[in-house]
Ligand binder design. Structure first.
Ligand code: KIV
Ligand code: ZN
Length: 390
């Protein structure tokens, strides 16, 4: 079963923190790293040590406090970057250096004004540099999503031969379709002779909203690590969202994969990241959005109140969310109204609810959501009229 474990590589503190406005100080990063460890992530990408003294010290301090998860530092294929990452990670119990270079023809030409053979050599060289510090080396082939598969396979074979133990295949621009990304991973599984010596990792961006689908397609084709962030934070439209991939894997257990994430901590950590980074979560965000377990249309509410499974595939408690909500709007029906009135302590029969429903629709048409205070007023008014008539 072990080969069906999907390693969760969290990059909230690196790719996620690159988002404008999400900058964290060292203390905030330490607190989030501890929460990520408690959540059960396997690898924490703590930062990019060469990028600033602050990031160096964050990686260094996180390395001192994290005991179970691997702590990873990012670097370019540049000797000084790798030395700095090695230095920042020196207190880590399980350090990992993440190094690499762009491999698409576009990156090779536009960023490096170079050629495929030269980039292949630089890829091998960066792994050799990293080996001075650790045997736990992850190589990234930046823009692998748009890299020619034959060339990508040559690079991946060469870096594994140099000692890379994880090979990251980023869809850096979020361009691939799920079947294309899946086929790319399958191509590497079938054409890289030493691929069994490394774990393939998916690092998908969300420019077309496909990051989760692409990561899952990668896993189905043989990848065993997913790089992701809490709330899907990350460059531009973000990275694969941790809570989404974890719950896809859990809900579709027939696929046979598992992670070591504790799903009950998904909503608490989502709130913690959102508060610390001052970055709100969109209400309709899967798993952790405020509407993820809210039902507002009459048809859905009626079904949900008869059997929650009709409109919910996840029990909110399972992911640490507040209990499901029946939201009252002008689209709500009588069952939802009766349910909410009952929750407030009113004992109305079917006829009462029919009468109240007309009044309810008038209020609902005048505002976005009918609140408890509106219901209290409506219920009390109706009770007093009823008692006078009686
Ligand atoms: O998106 C990307 O390609 C990256 C690499 C640096 C891993 O973030
Ligand atoms: Zn990225």
């Amino acid at each position: 079963m072990a080969e069906n474990k999907i390693f969760i590589f969290d990059t909230t503190l690196r790719d996620g923190e690159q988002v404008p406005g999400c900058k964290l100080n060292t203390q905030e990063k330490i607190e989030l790293a501890l929460a990520l460890e408690e959540l059960g992530v396997d690898i924490i990408e703590a930062g990019f040590p060469i990028s600033s003294p602050g990031d160096f010290s964050s990686v260094e301090e996180i390395s001192k406090v994290i005991t179970k998860a691997q702590v990873c530092g990012l670097s370019r294929a540049v000797q000084k970057d790798i030395e700095t990452a090695g230095e920042a990670l020196k207190h880590a119990k399980n350090p990992r250096i993440h190094t690499g270079i762009g491999t698409s023809d576009l990156h090779i030409k536009a960023k490096f004004n170079s050629n495929r053979d030269d980039i292949l050599e630089r890829a091998k060289q960066c792994v050799r540099w990293a080996r001075k510090y650790t045997d736990n080396i992850e190589f990234y082939a930046e823009d692998a999503g748009r890299t020619d598969n034959d060339y990508l396979a040559r690079v991946i074979e060469a870096v594994i031969a140099e000692g890379a133990t994880t090979v990251n295949i980023p869809d850096t621009t979020g361009y691939c379709l799920p079947h294309q990304y899946g086929e790319k991973i399958a191509f590497l599984v079938n054409h890289v002779p030493n691929i069994d010596k490394a774990i393939i990792s998916c690092h998908c961006h969300n420019d077309l909203g496909l990051a989760t689908a692409n990561s899952i397609a990668g896993v189905i084709s043989g990848a065993r690590q997913i790089e992701c962030t809490i709330n899907g934070l990350g460059e531009r439209a973000g990275n694969t969202s941790l809570e989404e991939v974890v719950m896809v894997i859990k809900q579709h257990h027939s696929l046979g994969y598992y992670t070591d994430i504790n799903p009950r901590l998904l909503n608490p950590i989502s709130r913690k990241v959102s508060d610390t980074m001052r970055m709100p979560v969109q209400p309709n965000k899967a798993i952790v959005g405020s509407n993820a377990f809210a039902h507002s249309s009459g048809i859905h509410q009626d079904g949900f109140l008869k059997d929650a499974l009709t409109y919910e595939i996840i029990n909110p408690e399972e992911v640490g969310a507040d209990s499901s909500k029946i939201v009252l709007t002008a689209r709500s029906g009588r069952s939802a109204l009766a349910f909410r009135l009952q929750k407030l302590g009113f004992q109305f029969n079917r006829n009462d609810v029919d009468v109240l429903y007309d009044e309810f629709l008038k209020v609902a048409d005048s505002k976005k959501e009918v609140e408890d205070a509106d219901l209290e007023a409506m219920g009390k008014k109706y009770q007093s009229v009823k008692s006078v008539v009686a």
